[in-house]
Design a protein around this ligand. Structure first.
Ligand code: FCB
Length: 450
């Protein structure tokens, strides 16, 4: 620990969003239906019956939104591309020029403002036609994704600073196909396991497409990591920690680094590995340039009747998620040490808070600042320990459609008033701009003091 509160020179500072959460304009310029349109219009799926039909109307307001990025002072912006805007029915060759045009203007608008574009190819908005054909449980979807990746990277590749193939395949496969909490809302373990494999296969195929088109580009995948801690040292609780860490955290990173699926979890789940065909694991293990890490919280696991020794911190966000900054340090270290990751970005970290806006729309959000500050401090701690952390993207640039929670949960550094689409930078946004300007935490905010 050298006590340095500065981030390394060239550290990439950014904020993140995703297409369906902000764009709206779901029927405009030839965009096809996605599984999120279908899901959000199915009664009872989203809190308060919210949908992404309008969202932040970013599709029409992108230019002034990019101006707000300049005010935040970011070096980089992570956004996602809506597959159904590019290939409305996902049929090969049926490219929607208007959809590509939107992202070309967005990317050029970022470059004009000196901001590096980091694009995610899949942030959950699968074309509905593919879901009708089995969705991610069908191997064909992986090939359709490779085609979409090729089309998109061919057009935008040279202008995009970083490509992210997939966002959080755990969430897609488990919450979407096993627990039914997000689109497409299915509840089958068999489908979920097949989906997880096809998502990884799609990632590997897309990596090849990116490499073929732009050998020098920076490309990787974004995984979510949730700390899993046994509530006591009772063997049942410890076994639960191993299992949950296996399904949540090891399941995706291990095949990516060439270790295949974790054998203990495959056995626990009784998976027959049927979808895994010869050669798949090699494709999945195509080298990545970086790993994107999304981190929010931890879970205390186990149900033994032993006296708990690990207790959840009472500080929770508006999602009910425990504030546990040490977890991000835990993962950054582990991904470097155990999995040999040579470049890491934190691609999402942030907090929903019960913001209160004054009459002018101003939001003072010290709890969000505290959340971000404490996590950044853990990032510095990891850097001090030699972890190659190259950048940090706060979730989210602005309040948006928080999936099954709708508009009720606000993660933004910028307030959105959904009545009139007015944007107002929150205290946390101003604070982050200061952090970025000084490339470090303000004096007195020691990295090792929590
Ligand atoms: C992540 C998602 C992101 C956002 C945050 C809160 O799982 O990638 O779109 O919803 O959670």
């Amino acid at each position: 620990m050298n006590g340095d509160r500065r981030f390394p020179e060239g550290f990439v500072w950014g904020v993140a969003t995703a297409a369906y959460q902000i764009e709206g304009a779901v029927r405009e310029d030839g965009r096809g239906e996605s599984i999120w349109d279908r899901f959000s219009h199915t009664p009872g799926k989203i809190l308060n019956g919210d949908t992404g039909d309008i969202a932040c109307d970013h599709y029409h307001r992108w230019e002034t939104d990019l101006d707000l990025l300049v005010e935040l002072g970011v070096d980089a912006y992570r956004f996602s591309i809506a597959w159904p805007r590019i290939l409305p029915t996902a049929r090969i060759g049926e490219v929607n020029e208007a959809g590509l045009g939107f992202y070309e203007r967005l990317v050029d608008g970022l470059l004009d403002r000196g901001i590096k574009p980091y694009a995610t190819l899949y942030h959950w908005d699968l074309p509905q036609t593919l879901e009708d054909n089995g969705g991610w449980a069908n191997r064909e979807t992986a090939y359709a994704f490779a085609d979409y990746a090729f089309t998109t990277v061919e057009r935008l590749g040279e202008r995009v600073a970083g490509w992210m193939t997939m966002n959080e395949p755990w969430v897609v496969s488990v919450l979407g196909y096993e627990r039914g909490q997000i689109a497409p809302g299915r509840t089958s373990l068999t489908d979920s396991l097949a989906a997880s494999h096809h998502l990884l296969l799609a990632h590997g195929l897309a990596m090849h497409a990116i490499r073929d088109l732009n050998p020098d580009s920076d490309a990787g995948i974004v995984l979510n990591f949730t700390a899993q801690h046994a509530r006591s040292d009772h063997p049942d609780d410890v076994a639960m920690e191993r299992f949950r860490d296996g399904t949540n955290n090891r399941w995706f990173i291990e095949p990516i680094v060439g270790m295949g699926y974790p054998a203990d979890v495959v056995a626990d789940l009784g998976w027959d590995l049927d979808p895994v065909l010869p050669g798949d694991l090699e494709i999945i293990a195509t080298p990545i340039d970086f790993l994107g890490v999304n981190y929010y919280t931890r879970e205390i696991v186990g149900e033994s009747d032993a006296t708990p020794t690990v207790v959840k911190d009472p500080k929770v966000t508006d999602m009910g998620w425990e504030v546990y900054p040490e977890g991000i340090y835990e993962f950054l270290r582990r991904l470097h040490r155990d999995y040999g990751m040579s470049k890491l970005y934190v691609t999402e970290n942030g907090a929903a808070m019960p913001d209160v806006a004054d009459a002018h729309g101003l939001v003072d959000d010290p709890d969000r600042i505290e959340y971000i500050r404490r996590h950044l401090a853990q990032g510095l701690r990891a850097i001090d320990d030699g972890v190659p952390l190259a950048g940090w993207f706060v979730w989210s640039m602005m309040d948006n459609f928080e999936w099954a929670s709708g508009y009720g949960k606000r993660f933004g550094l910028i307030r959105v008033d959904y009545e009139n689409q007015k944007r107002t930078i929150k205290s946390s946004g101003r604070w982050l701009a200061d952090v970025i300007r000084s490339n470090g935490l303000p004096a007195g905010e020691q990295p090792n003091v929590l």
